[in-house]
Ligand binder design. Structure first.
Ligand SMILES: [Fe+2]
Length: 137
């Protein structure tokens, strides 16, 4: 289980809100995974895929609007995760074998998520909230 309160908070509220939503979806996937409920895991992964697509697009749009210099590197990290999730969906739909995606559910996604929040998201949010303050001041 990912405990949202243990994760780093960033300087932009919309990011924290959407990160909390991702945690809720992930925790449901993990519960269904532990219950060996393949259909529910598949539908949960499709939910997190949809959430990630719109959340990443949202972050990228805000970074673009604020001329955030490392946008491309950040976007590449998002694209890699979307590719991984896509592979997990295909794997599960084709084989319906949870053991093949165990590593991604138990460690891959949660580790990536907390690391990404702590590094790229934190940096981007700091930069953008600084830009906003400058604009106001
Ligand atoms: Fe991000």
């Amino acid at each position: 289980m990912i405990d949202f309160h243990q994760l780093p908070k960033v300087e932009l509220d919309f990011m924290n809100t959407e990160h909390q939503e991702a945690v809720d979806i992930y925790n449901k996937i993990e519960r269904d995974y532990l219950l060996h409920d393949v259909d529910s895991v598949i539908s949960g992964i499709l939910d997190i895929q949809e959430h990630c697509i719109s959340h990443f697009a949202h972050e990228e749009q805000v970074m673009k609007n604020n001329c955030y210099p490392p946008l491309q590197v950040h976007k590449e990290a998002h694209d890699r995760v979307l590719m991984e999730i896509d592979m997990v969906v295909k794997q599960l739909k084709n084989h319906r074998d949870l053991s093949k995606i165990a590593h991604y559910i138990e460690r891959g996604f949660p580790n990536w998520f907390s690391q990404h929040l702590n590094t790229m998201d934190k940096m981007a949010a700091e930069f953008i909230s600084g830009q906003k303050l400058r604009k106001v001041g």
